[in-house]
Design a protein around this ligand. Structure first.
Ligand code: FPP
Length: 246
């Protein structure tokens, strides 16, 4: 029954794409070589998500902490983003992908910012799959910016402080308009969240794999989705409440 099968597919997947550096090191190549290879893996998961019927895919491309990396690596990543935007947007648009960048975009230089905004505007009408690229993003930053918006609404007299609740604050969090995060994947063997989507991860299923990001392909995504389909999501209730015994 196709409906039952579709329910097993997460509507919203987030990925911490870790392991590019180690992948390059194993090949005695610079870290930027690993990031370049990581770009192919991004294509793979976008294609697989389109095929699987995933509605939103959120990728951690550059954290607010990544600025601390050697200047050379940060520069290589920035030019990789520019090249990727110049090369991939046409095809993504043709495939019905809506592109969004989330994070504090103000820190990027003007040409890159312009490209990001142009890509968002160009693909704004697409509905098949939304791909969110988190850049200069941090989960704590996200909670702070939502809180700031709530404080401003209170200051303007549009909202009473006692009316701030999870639903209200959640509306200001990045990606609030999308289906809730179902599946959180991290490649590269580490088992941590690393300040990604802290608010949104509350009820997501977590999936950690040793596979290094450049090796993550469509079969790897399928495996993660199959693992997700076997999980029982209880949201604080008992197993019997979720799946009553017949
Ligand atoms: C983490 O691996 C990866 C990054 C900080 C960069 C992610 C960027 C890409 C995958 C490039 C393509 C992205 C787009 C959106 C075009 P790491 O360097 O921390 O690896 P390590 O843990 O092995 O050192």
């Amino acid at each position: 029954m196709p409906g039952a099968e579709a329910a097993q597919v997460p509507r919203h997947i987030a990925i911490v794409m870790d392991g590019n550096g180690r992948w390059a090191k194993a090949r005695h190549r610079p870290r930027s070589f690993g990031h370049n290879a990581g770009r192919k893996a991004v294509r793979e998961v976008i294609e697989a998500s389109l095929r699987e019927g995933v509605k939103a895919l959120t990728l951690f491309a550059f954290s607010s902490e990544n600025w601390q990396r050697p200047q050379e690596e940060v520069g290589a990543l920035m030019s990789l983003f520019v090249r990727a935007l110049d090369k991939e947007v046409d095809e993504l648009h043709g495939n019905g992908v809506r592109l969004r960048f989330i994070g504090d975009l103000g820190a990027f230089d003007e040409p890159l910012r312009q490209r990001m905004h142009a890509a968002m505007e160009r693909t704004a009408g697409n509905t098949k799959l939304q791909v969110n690229i988190a850049v200069n993003y941090g989960g704590r930053w996200d909670i702070v910016q939502a809180t700031r918006q709530a404080a401003l609404a209170v200051a303007r007299g549009e909202l009473a402080a006692q009316d701030i609740d999870e639903t209200r604050l959640g509306q200001w969090m990045s990606l609030a308009e999308l289906p809730p995060l179902d599946l959180f994947i991290r490649t590269g063997g580490e088992c941590r969240i690393s300040n990604f989507l802290l608010w949104q991860v509350a009820y997501a299923e977590l999936y950690f794999t040793d596979t290094l990001w450049p090796d993550f392909d469509q079969a790897c995504l399928r495996q993660a989705i199959e693992d997700y389909a076997r999980r029982e999501r209880r949201y604080g209730r008992t197993g019997e409440q979720v799946t009553p015994l017949s």
